[in-house]
Design a protein around this ligand. Structure first.
Ligand code: ADP
Ligand code: MG
Ligand code: MG
Length: 256
């Protein structure tokens, strides 16, 4: 079992010499074999949390720690966090010109492997075929330049393909459901569910409950104004769907 612990994490951004605090003391413990949903209204720090965990240098950790199996990773650059087994699937994945999707994934897999244990082309292609089949992806998607000219839905599917190929220890999926039709949502969920198991943990960030009809979380956390204000099980997401964030905020005595 691997753990990822977020302890009293404070994160902010500096712009024009002004520091704005966004995360105001987050405490969360993630373990492999668990799926956590992080829900909350827009603009409350969900993406900031995912950026801080992954090591986006734009977001400054002013205090607190992020412990990967007990080791503080707050000062590690993004690529080293990826090598440890952290993966971020993004709301708006970027395009990379001149690198095909397949080349990118093979390089990323090998970056996490020792020199004498690189994946063979044959094994890579087998694994790629299997996963692309499961995600109903067209074969040519592997040979296209990364995310270039991909539709919104194709980008999301491709993020899940990368997830399945890289087999990270922890995946953070930030609004992977935004803009997906129901069929794409089902495919994306199928991919995440196929990953579930002893060596994998996920944080699913979403504004809406809909995705959680297909990926049943073990824990649901509500993030408001930079803090986790409530934690529960899958039923908490259903309650949110029925009652909305305003009701929960009122109950907790928070402004919303
Ligand atoms: P969410 O993902 O929950 O919608 P975000 O983490 O994107 O929320 O944003 C939380 C707050 O931090 C918002 O008020 C947003 O405007 C602000 N914020 C996020 N990123 C930046 C940034 N790079 N520069 C300045 N403010 C930011
Ligand atoms: Mg947002
Ligand atoms: Mg966001």
């Amino acid at each position: 079992m691997t753990t990822l612990e977020i302890k009293d994490l404070h994160v902010g951004v500096d712009e024009n010499g002004v520091h704005t605090e966004i995360l105001k003391g987050i405490n969360l413990t993630f373990k492999t074999n668990e799926v956590h949903a992080i829900m909350g209204p827009n603009g409350n720090g969900k993406s900031t949390l995912s950026a801080a965990i992954m090591g986006n240098p734009h977001y400054h950790v002013t205090s607190g720690s992020i412990l990967f199996d007990g080791n503080n990773i707050v000062d590690l650059p993004v690529d080293e966090r990826a090598r440890l087994g952290l993966f971020l699937g993004m709301q708006y994945p970027s395009e990379i010109q001149g690198v095909t999707n397949a080349e990118f994934m093979r390089a990323a897999i090998n970056a996490r492997r020792a020199e004498d244990n690189k994946i063979s082309v044959r094994d890579f292609i087998k694994k790629l075929d299997r996963n692309m089949n499961l995600l109903n992806m067209k074969e040519e998607m592997a040979e296209r330049y990364l995310n270039e000219g991909f539709s919104g839905g194709e980008k999301k599917r491709n993020e899940i393909l990368q997830l399945m190929m890289l087999e990270p220890t922890f995946a953070i999926l930030d609004e992977i459901d935004s803009g997906l039709d129901i069929d794409a949502l089902k495919v994306v969920s199928k991919g995440v569910n196929a990953m579930r198991g002893e060596n994998f943990g996920a944080m699913i960030i979403t504004h809406y409950q809909r995705l959680l009809d297909y990926i049943t979380p073990d824990y649901v956390h509500i993030l408001m104004d930079g803090k986790v204000v409530k934690t529960g099980g899958a039923e908490l997401a259903q309650r949110l769907e029925k009652e909305g964030y305003a009701k929960i905020a009122e109950e907790l005595g928070l402004d919303y």
